[in-house]
Write a protein that binds this ligand. Structure first.
Ligand SMILES: Cc1ncc(COP(=O)(O)O)c(CN[C@@H]2CONC2=O)c1O
Length: 410
């Protein structure tokens, strides 16, 4: 695309040269996890080879180096998403799921009770939906779902009605991993704040794929995963407004998160360490900072434009046939993914046959089972794009889908 040079970028991802069933891999499952550039792999190896040590400022040189690298990674990631409080507003987690659970347990369990409301949307990923649904059961708080319309957009009139003075938490996905819908998160934050509710934004499909500024969104919490943004697995970020994180007690106890411990009680470390108990994923944290460097070098506006152009192209090509149903907004108003079904071909069969053609897509419910129930389909196939994908690869997808169609049409 004119946004970035995917062919040059591919040189940083040797894995994309792999052959599958005699054909070159076409990797289109980026919403599940992205591939990892050499620069990020090098950062992990560099840590283990040259300054592997436990963090939090041991006296010796290696620990100093590891501590500084790990701490500064927090600052870099915070800056990447516009958190002006730096590391104090950036808790490193395992993934988005842990971020949701951290807030549900460290804040929700303490603050919510009968009569309180948690407002979600019908398109939430299970990381948000199940977490807050179960928290409602534990605390007696009611859980409500903002409806999604035929085109995959949130019903904002319903949102304005459903968020009330009893609402204490609104948890909403920024970009849907099934529909590709971009939700009006700033508007939802304003509505939540008008009712003195917090808002938690699930940014797993946004931070990797577009510029994100948590302060412009005015999110109280914002979670994302490293493995979806060219980083390693086992690392993610939970942004929280400093004054909120300061008021919250931790929910995981142990080393590194304490300041003073006696047999009677304990006091807590400063932010963000209060929420990072035990030895963290140090190499992954340092590598996440390397992934941020890698993406910033490309430019997040360019990443977004490239992905959205590919998604629109895939939308247009797939709908050349009238037996394809695509879920979510029109091709020119969606994030970098397309979930679809081909009549008479079950999504699992489709993904298995396109795999025979070395095309990697996902089939299933994409951890949004209630949404699939609402769509009236047991599963969907999903192609999702990233910085190294090309229009030629979309053509390969379409050819493979057609092969599946031929096979089942007989
Ligand atoms: C919108 C959204 N929220 C939360 C998560 C959970 O992320 P972690 O697994 O890193 O905690 C995902 C992962 N996406 C899923 C994972 O595989 N396919 C998907 O679409 C997601 O897409």
């Amino acid at each position: 695309s004119d946004a970035l040079d995917a062919v040059r970028i591919r040189e940083d991802f040797p894995i994309l040269e792999r052959e599958i069933n005699g054909n070159q891999l076409v990797y289109l499952d980026n919403a599940a996890t992205t591939q990892t550039p050499e620069q990020v792999v090098d950062a992990i190896c560099d840590y283990y080879r040259n300054y592997n040590a436990n963090v939090h400022r041991g006296i010796h040189q290696l620990s100093q180096e590891a501590s500084i690298a790990y701490e500064e990674a927090h600052d870099k990631v915070a800056e990447f998403i516009g958190a002006s409080g730096g590391r104090e507003e950036m808790v490193f987690t395992k993934n988005t799921t842990e971020g949701e659970n951290l807030v549900a347990y460290a804040w929700g369990l303490e603050e919510l009770g009968p009569g309180d409301e948690i407002v979600l949307t019908e398109m939430e990923h299970h990381a948000s939906l199940v977490t807050w649904q179960q928290l409602g059961k534990k605390t007696g708080a009611d859980v409500k779902y903002i409806p999604v319309d035929e085109q995959g957009y949130l019903d904002m009139d319903a949102a304005r009605e459903m968020i009330t003075d009893d609402t204490k938490m609104v948890s909403v996905v920024h970009v849907s991993n099934t529909l590709g819908t971009t939700n009006p998160v700033r508007e939802l934050a304003d509505i939540a704040h008008d009712h003195d509710s917090y808002i938690f934004v699930d940014g797993a499909q946004a931070v990797p794929n577009r510029p994100v500024d948590v302060e412009k969104i005015d999110a109280d919490f914002y979670a994302f995963s490293g493995h979806k943004m060219a980083g390693p697995t086992g690392i993610g970020g939970l942004y929280g407004k400093k004054h909120i994180l300061e008021e919250m007690d931790p929910y995981l106890y142990g080393g590194d998160m304490i300041r003073k411990v006696t047999y009677e009680d304990a006091t807590w470390e400063d932010l963000p360490w209060k929420f990072e108990a035990g030895t963290p994923n140090i190499a992954q944290g340092v590598a996440l900072a390397a992934a941020v460097d890698y993406l910033e070098d490309i430019g997040m506006e360019n990443v977004q434009r490239h992905e959205e152009q590919l998604a629109e192209y895939a939308y247009d090509r797939l709908t050349e046939e009238d037996d394809v149903e695509i879920y979510g907004p029109p091709g020119d108003d969606r994030g970098g993914l397309v979930s679809f079904n081909v009549e008479s071909v079950h999504a699992h069969d489709l993904s298995s046959i396109v795999n025979d053609h070395a095309v990697a897509i996902r089939a299933g419910d994409h951890c949004t089972q209630p949404l699939h129930d609402k769509l009236g389909v047991p599963a969907s196939a999903r192609a999702s794009f990233y910085i190294y994908n090309t229009r030629k690869e979309v053509d390969k997808l379409v050819e493979a889908v057609d092969a599946a169609r031929q096979l089942f049409a007989q």
